[in-house]
Design a protein around this ligand. Sequence first.
Ligand code: SAM
Length: 178
Amino acid sequence: MQEKSIKYEEYTPAEDTFFLAEFVEKLKGKSALDVGSGSGYLTKLLSQNFVFVVGTDINFNVLKNQTYKTNYLICCNGADAIKCDFDLIICNLPYLATEMILDIATDGGKEGFEIPKKIIDSVYGKLKFQGKFIFVTSSLSNYQKLIDYAQNLGLETKIVAKKKLFFEELILIESIKN
Ligand SMILES: C[S@@+](CC[C@H](N)C(=O)[O-])C[C@H]1O[C@@H](n2cnc3c(N)ncnc32)[C@H](O)[C@@H]1O
């Protein structure tokens, strides 16, 4: 039987990146973390308005050759290797509902919940009191399950923006640690 190969390539900034960027560029603060930094586009954007900015990605090669360069990058799942707290954490999650993870940049696993759940679990402890976690998901995924999950963890969670595309609606979710 032929094994399916997993794709590990840099994600070129796309509609979902720009959707999150539009929201994030209005925010200011001391510390921010970009989980799943990819090309570094959002990490670099954060460094315009935040004093201390870190990017993480599970894909080492992507971090090594980022198109948009910043200083503090860590290769890990979510925020697992980080030992400090942030005012803001953002993530353009791999949110697509897929049976298997074949492209780590986009595939979210069953219902688009599996990978996002792993990332929420990882960032939860790295948010300051009143800190915000803002992430992208889609109408094609079970976004209500994600909202309920974050809410049950104790994060005050709501949809803050939506954007209709040709085949899906992008959804931006904000979770605040109270
Ligand atoms: C949709 S891309 C977004 C890239 C970039 N932030 C943007 O918006 O253009 C998702 C990124 O998350 C990374 N990623 C996937 N699973 C991850 C995990 N468990 N922890 C950290 N990064 C992950 C992928 O390697 C990919 O670079």
